[in-house]
Design a protein around this ligand. Structure first.
Ligand SMILES: O=P(O)(O)OC[C@H]1O[C@H](O)[C@H](O)[C@@H](O)[C@@H]1O
Length: 282
């Protein structure tokens, strides 16, 4: 299905809504049935391709950060226009084909692939299915992440649960391998960590916002926790100086080891976000 639109909307009979930009297949808004926005987008975000959008859910592919051979941090999927493949009510599918454009030359990628993302919403949930097909004759080696920016009422009170005793690479300390010693993670400084081989379910708890988001995942073993805090926030041109107080990135990914996909085969993954607004479970 061809489209000249820049963005697509999906809706659920409950009133839930989501908006996805064709640029990057980037989800920039997800409102649950109660009207509450569930992704953070910076007020300084630049909606001007090929720049990546600061907030929502950037798709990092075919590499997360510098985990790969490309020079472009987080790969090129978030800088590239995807094609609308299917849209029906609560679901949209977008695809990016390595044969679509000249971007492979531009980014120095030699792989042949199709990547597709399927977003489906219900009253309180966002399902994201990510699929990569190796359409080439060589093994494809890549890393990937769904770089979700969650809004939180007060970053110093928010916590991530489910990573106790999990090993992580500390990106602020030369990617040194460490072990999480805290039953849950509180943020009161810059944090940039890649937790490896994490459990299938985690929780982001926002006690001030009286909200819990459950993060379930399949074939996305790694979790990145990122908040730029004061100094890095100032250095980011498309991010407000004080916005670090109201967001937290909890990113599901497959980063270390990288995925090795044989020719003609398909890699599938899924993330399910469920929002629960209920003081009792906090
Ligand atoms: O500024 P970007 O390229 O969007 O990256 C934003 C952030 O993404 C991830 O969370 C990385 O772990 C961070 O090191 C990086 O700063």
């Amino acid at each position: 299905m061809a489209s000249s639109e820049e963005k697509v909307y999906i809706g659920h009979p409950s009133g839930a809504r989501a908006c996805i930009e064709l640029h990057g297949a980037h989800l920039t808004s997800w409102k649950t049935a109660n009207g509450q926005e569930q992704v953070f987008v910076s007020k300084q975000a630049v909606f001007k391709p090929p720049k990546a959008i600061r907030g929502g859910v950037p798709i990092c592919f075919p590499q997360f950060s510098d985990f790969g051979n490309l020079k472009t941090s987080h790969g090129f999927a978030r800088n590239t226009r995807w094609k609308l493949f299917e849209r029906e009510g609560d679901t949209v599918v977008l695809k990016l084909n390595s044969s679509d454009d000249d971007f492979l030359d531009k980014y120095g990628c030699e792989d042949s692939f199709t990547i597709s993302v399927r977003y489906t919403i219900t009253n309180t949930q966002l399902f994201t299915k990510l699929m990569v097909t190796n359409t080439g004759c060589e093994e494809m080696v890549y890393t990937v992440a769904l770089h979700t920016y969650f809004p939180v009422e007060d970053i110093t009170k928010a916590r991530v649960e489910g990573l106790y005793r999990v090993g992580y690479l500390d990106s602020l300390d030369g990617r040194l391998m460490k072990t999480e010693e805290n039953p849950y993670i509180l943020i009161n400084e810059e944090v940039d960590r890649i937790y490896l081989s994490t459990p299938p379910t985690l929780r982001l708890v926002d006690p001030i916002g009286k909200k819990v988001v459950t993060i379930e995942k399949f074939n996305l073993p790694d979790i990145v926790v990122w908040n730029p805090w004061v100094e890095k926030a100032k250095r980011l041109s498309d991010f407000g100086d004080n916005e670090y107080k109201e967001m937290l990135c909890v990113e599901t990914g497959h980063i270390k080891p990288a995925i090795r996909l044989a020719p003609g085969t398909v890699w599938k993954s899924e993330q399910i976000l469920t929002v629960v607004n209920n003081g009792a479970i906090l």
